[in-house]
Design a protein around this ligand. Sequence first.
Ligand code: ADP
Length: 259
Amino acid sequence: EHGEHELRSAVSLVGDETLVLITDRTRERRVEELRRNFVVNASHELKTPVTGIQSLAEALQVTIKRDPDRVPSLVNQLNGEAERLTRLVHDLLDLRRLEERGPLERVPVDLAELVRQVVVGQLARAEQREVEIGVDAPDRAFVAGVPGDLEVIVKNLVGNAVQYNRPGGSVDVSLVPEGGTYVLLVRDTGIGIPQQDLSRVFERFYRVDTARSRETGGTGLGLAIVRHAVERHGGSVRVESLLGEGTTFTVTIPVEPRG
Ligand code: ADP
């Protein structure tokens, strides 16, 4: 898949037998490359708000003397950049935590209650953006999982559905039991995602419209976090979209962990 494979072989003598060991180093190399890219991308993303904070601080020094009326607006912008930095660090730590392997500390979590809570938490922002949110969930929907992880899945998907919407648009969140799993559907009538970007939106820092995402405070990490959290619970996530029509994310979470 990734071009030529790098093979390493080692020959050793065990007693009077010859043992030939061939290892495929391609995967190892690929992981290392991804890690390197991640550090480069993360540093770049962190630099943006830091540079913003520095130049705003410099501007403040001058403005305080020359144009005091402009100070509140600069302080506001300074706060905005600091918040962005906080969000980025928070998302990076979330990702780091979700990457950890090993058994999860699962407790019973009511997905239906969680979905309703997340939606209530998004209502103010949705109203601001003139987007309606509808919920269709059973009274209860218990799964064995990590509450924080499950919350981040729903929050990021519903948050995006509101964010990448338009005035008069809607978001529909539904939760349906299906053969030992719960299926969470987050459907929006928003801007949609171009076909050629669909397979990449779960990548770290990938954004369809970089300028727009940065402007709106996006980190580009939300869907990468969703994918990690879903997979840690033995579930799956997929996306369908029509440009200009809307997007649907489908998450499947098993009620009980397998194995
Ligand atoms: P961001 O912080 O930029 O929102 P995400 O990882 O959450 O990062 O999403 C990656 C990109 O996928 C976004 O920048 C946006 O371009 C696109 N995207 C995510 N959700 C939606 C959606 N519901 N509708 C349209 N585009 C979306």
